[in-house]
Design a protein around this ligand. Sequence first.
Ligand code: GTP
Ligand code: MG
Length: 213
Amino acid sequence: MAAATSHLTLDSEYQTVRLAVLGAPGVGKSSIVRQFVMQQFPEEYVPTEQRQVFCPAVIINEHLYEVRIIDCPYIPYFPVNSLYEWTDFRGYGLRNATAYVLVYDITSEDSFEYIKSLRLQILESRSRQDVPIFVVGNKHDLAEERGVPRREVANMVKKQWKCGYIECSAKFNWHIMLLFKELMKSIDFIDYGHKPTSMRVQDALRRNRCVIL
Ligand SMILES: Nc1nc2c(ncn2[C@@H]2O[C@H](COP(=O)(O)OP(=O)(O)OP(=O)(O)O)[C@@H](O)[C@H]2O)c(=O)[nH]1
Ligand SMILES: [Mg+2]
């Protein structure tokens, strides 16, 4: 990864992708996002009351994306239709996300059960069953206290759910970049397949911090 300055000269436009980061309370959603966007890790736990949106520019395979990362507060259920979206504003707009990052804490089985049911709710609410979902086991630095067996979970997520799986530690900035790289790779593949494209990135580089994955 590199934080780029404005040396790249490619032409064309950028795409906007919306990544919704979801998971049980305290699993490290905000920590992962902050580590990726700002290279910060606050030890203190401040529960997210209202969604926060971060918009880094990201380059993957020479394609430029404006990534809108939605750091969500805990939602008791995924809004399966627009009525649910309006009755609980925390879930507003989530049904239109480009991809979902479902975070659990590897020391907490309950947090995995939560994303299990969230995934089913997402699939139910989206007619496209192939919406990209990425499962993230956070707090890998606490692996000695692991409550969810890694191999079983990774197998199930990859083989049955057909989703990406990665373990990371927001605290030690371990696999955070890899997580977003893998996620953006799968989105880029859906957008472009194998077609080579060139893009104009200079404007975005001037406006935004840009991460080359
Ligand atoms: N040991 C360890 N602690 C972590 C890690 N990531 C987050 N934490 C801690 O876990 C607590 C919760 O982190 P947050 O990022 O606020 O969790 P969240 O999922 O955003 O929580 P809500 O906003 O309430 O849903 C904080 O005290 C963090 O410092 C990690 O990788 N390792
Ligand atoms: Mg949070």
